[in-house]
Design a protein around this ligand. Structure first.
Ligand SMILES: Cc1ncc(COP(=O)(O)O)c(C=O)c1O
Length: 375
């Protein structure tokens, strides 16, 4: 079966690029001597998680318990949740502990106490890392605070907790304006963690793991040094598919991106307007990030495979992509194009399945098993 036999819109995943991306990140982690624990939120699929583990990943990350439940039921034996889970979810965490090796993060002392109490009640211990804010200013304790090491020591002292170490996500990398700034963000991330690890160690805390990670900073893993408190683990997620944002951040090229949306021109109401059938319910609304501005809701790739940046997807309705043709275009109703999405992770969560492609041939389908598992 050919891709052209399928009705648009749908998400194409190039199987050869997917494999190459999985192997390249595994090789990068191996070369740097760190464990690879990919974030599965990008693909939400059991098959791809297994491909990552077969290539050497030690386990996966999930954002939410709902995702972890899907992967644990599928036999994934080591799952980390680098997301602030509240102890009201203790029943779900305890159920998961019977199925997989689970670890979570905390950045709040009351929450840490709550987890310890919940575990003590059932005679278990939960693997916990302290989340550290290395500049994204989302979650995490402030490593510059005078009491940061005391907080780590407090978590490590709790009887229901098996303290593992420190974890960070330098999400500000997505706002970097240059390669140099990205490198700086990555190296500072490691420095901040090392500094906090040293201070906590001085209080008698044993730091087993230092977990860092994002796709744009992953290429600087060998610069994230600082033995004996250098990163032990990296957690990129997006790298399996990559996307337009990653091309803007120097983490991908058009030839390494594995996910595209197959779309069809459904209306040509004006010479400078093309309507595609891939609206916000297909492409999602995220803008693209990068060192230079990249307007529009994705990059249009013409039927002959040529990317055409003069076609700007300037507006998404639920089911329509309104494309402004800033130069004359030959696109006509019925033509099929591909769109490189701005952010592949959010596209996945809109799809029941991903169509695997080997060239123009359909090579299989992958179920997005954890689709919609957002709680
Ligand atoms: C805590 C955490 N770790 C790892 C990742 C993976 O980063 P990326 O999507 O850049 O690969 C994310 C992404 O959102 C994250 O939030």
């Amino acid at each position: 079966m050919q891709l052209t036999d399928l009705r648009t819109p749908f998400a194409i995943v190039d199987i050869n690029r997917l494999r190459a991306n999985i192997n390249a990140m595994a090789a990068r982690a191996r070369a740097a001597g760190v464990a690879l624990r990919p974030h599965a939120k990008t693909h939400k699929s059991i098959e791809i998680a297994k491909m990552q583990i077969d290539a050497g990943a030690v386990g996966i990350c999930c954002a939410k318990l709902g995702e972890a439940e899907v992967f644990a039921d599928a036999g994934i034996s080591d799952i980390r949740l680098p997301y602030p889970i509240n102890p009201v979810n203790a029943d779900r965490v305890i159920a998961l502990l019977g199925k997989t090796r689970l670890s979570i993060i905390v950045d709040d002392m009351d929450v840490a106490q709550g987890w310890s109490d919940a575990m003590k009640d059932v005679g278990k211990k939960l693997d916990v890392l302290v989340k550290v804010d290395v500049g994204f200013h989302r979650c995490g304790i402030n490593p510059a605070a005078a009491d940061a090491a005391d907080r780590v020591a407090f978590v490590a002292s709790l009887p229901g907790i098996n303290f593992r170490g420190l974890l960070s996500h330098a999400g500000q990398a997505y706002h970097a304006a240059s390669e140099l700034e990205l490198e700086y963000i990555a190296t500072r991330e490691a420095e901040m963690l090392r500094d906090l690890a040293e201070r906590a160690t001085a209080l008698g805390v044993k730091i087993e793991e230092i977990s860092v990670g994002s796709t744009p900073t992953s290429r600087f893993i060998d610069k994230q040094i600082g033995a004996p408190f250098a990163p032990t683990e990296m957690r990129p997620g997006n790298y399996v598919f990559l996307d337009r944002t990653q091309t803007g951040l120097g983490a991908a090229t058009l030839d390494t991106c594995a996910m595209f949306i197959a779309a069809t021109v459904v209306s040509r109401p004006a010479p400078d307007r093309v309507i595609l059938d891939s609206g916000a319910k297909t492409l999602a609304l995220d803008g693209a990030r990068g060192f230079i501005a990249m307007p529009g809701h994705g990059l249009v790739i013409l039927p002959d495979g040529t990317p055409d940046p003069t076609l700007v997807i300037e507006r998404l309705s639920e089911e329509h992509a309104t494309v402004k043709a800033t130069m004359p275009t030959r696109l006509k109703i019925g033509d099929r194009v591909r769109v490189l999405p701005n952010h592949s992770c959010v596209v996945t969560n809109l799809m029941d399945e991903l169509v695997l492609a080997d060239g123009e041939t359909v090579a299989g389908r992958i179920k997005v098993a954890a689709r919609g598992r957002i709680s």
